[in-house]
Write a protein that binds this ligand. Sequence first.
Ligand code: 5GP
Ligand code: ZN
Length: 111
Amino acid sequence: MNNSCIFCKIANGEIPTDFVYQTSKVVVFKDINPQAPVHLLVVPKAHIETLNDLNDGNLSAELIDAIKEATKKLGIKEYRTVINTGKSAGQEVFHLHIHIMAGREFSWPAG
Ligand code: 5GP
Ligand code: ZN
């Protein structure tokens, strides 16, 4: 828990938040500034700054499983997932998170 980290506060219950899905190690909640009709964030409760700092294979699996469980719960079969790693890649919150976006068309290649 990092007291200056907004996702630590959300994931550990200091900021009341509705979780779409949660386990003992992972939470899923709505992005505050959605880029699609559905925009969720999959977040580990532990403060891990970036994907480069994730060294726990069980947690890696739990994060991927949370994508599957949250989308299944919402009946979403088609979606975009994004992990921004580092400033130049667009990361603004330095607590690891996976974006899940759905409900519109997405272009590819990404800009
Ligand atoms: P990044 O650019 O780091 O990949 O994504 C950070 C995401 O977190 C952004 O999509 C932003 O809208 C979202 N976000 C930032 N602060 C908050 C917050 O306090 N609550 C929620 N639910 N989402 C947040
Ligand atoms: Zn954190």
